[in-house]
Design a binder for this molecule. Structure first.
Ligand SMILES: Cc1cc2nc3c(=O)[nH]c(=O)nc-3n(C[C@H](O)[C@H](O)[C@H](O)COP(=O)(O)OP(=O)(O)OC[C@H]3O[C@@H](n4cnc5c(N)ncnc54)[C@H](O)[C@@H]3O)c2cc1C
Length: 252
């Protein structure tokens, strides 16, 4: 008997936008209902394809922000001015619209709370997105499991208004197993008492785990930030095997 083919991970599927949320003046979260979605791992991404009426296609990768435990797929996109894909995703797509996606993709930049051991997450700008999936996955685990995998996040953003998931991060930081540090590089509120500079060696040393704790480390964001943070972490004694990186774009 003939059976309908089940779409594979790398087949394109038309997802439906079921929710749109403004995160910051430049970033928006699209929640998608993807038919036959196979559960993802925290840290994975999808490919998105836009096809114009004349057949021109543009394809980009976007990390999955939602926890693996959620059935819908959340993407958070930062608008880049005068660019091809992100302004469409940020400004044009509406609830009910369709969007071609394939995935989940990626087997290297992934983390599971059952791996246990300390975790250090380092984000720049929209690089917070796959790390948020890890934090949300961590938050869904049982208390003893969370205690076995304490997390520290160092998140570099241009300004307070550019901090994506700000309120949720504040809530997550209430947990004794989650430590959140935000560093602002351009503008800071007058009463800001946190870091006001780019990520440097002293900041990584102060906000992360010592190398002797052998944390798993995930660094994500603009290429220069990722390369600099990864080299500094190795210089601080972390085994390069434990420092995993994902580069989002050519510049900050
Ligand atoms: C694995 C992976 C996961 C990603 N996840 C996310 C995500 O969760 N959220 C997200 O917003 N983006 C993410 N990106 C980046 C995304 O794929 C696009 O590169 C980004 O949205 C820009 O596409 P665009 O078509 O708008 O810009 P383009 O038209 O491709 O580029 C326009 C201009 O912007 C520059 N540019 C391109 N990308 C960036 C960038 N990221 N930062 C600054 N300048 C840039 C280009 O050099 C060019 O000058 C991810 C990338 C990868 C590889």
């Amino acid at each position: 008997m003939a059976r309908a083919a089940i779409p594979g991970r790398l087949d394109w599927r038309v997802a439906t936008v079921v929710d749109v949320r403004t995160e910051t003046p430049r970033a928006r979260t699209l929640t998608l209902d993807v038919p036959d979605w196979s559960a993802h791992k925290a840290g994975q991404h999808v490919d998105v394809r836009l096809v114009a009426e004349d057949g021109y296609q543009a394809q980009r990768s976007y990390s999955i922000a939602s926890a693996p435990e959620e059935s819908s797929v959340a993407l958070t996109i930062e608008r880049i001015d005068a660019a091809e894909v992100s302004p469409y995703l940020c400004d044009v797509l509406r609830v009910g619209d369709g969007l071609e996606v394939r995935g989940p993709i990626g087997g290297y930049f992934v983390w599971d709370v059952m791996q246990a051991g300390p975790l250090f997450l380092v984000a720049g700008g929209s690089g917070i997105v796959p790390l948020m999936a890890m934090l949300r996955h961590h938050a869904r685990a049982s208390e003893p499991t969370r205690a076995e995998a304490p997390v520290k996040l160092l998140y570099s953003a241009r300004s307070w208004d550019d901090v994506i998931y700000r309120e949720e991060l504040e809530r997550l930081a209430d947990s004794p197993y989650v430590d959140v540090t935000i560093a602002l590089t351009r503008d800071a509120p007058a009463d800001w008492r946190g870091h006001r500079r780019r990520i440097d060696r002293a900041m990584l040393e102060e906000t992360g785990w010592p190398a002797s704790r052998t944390p798993r480390i995930f660094v994500c964001g603009p290429t220069p930030l990722v390369e600099s943070a990864a080299s500094l972490l190795v210089a601080l004694g972390h085994d390069p095997v434990h420092v995993r990186t994902e580069r989002f774009g050519p510049t900050g």
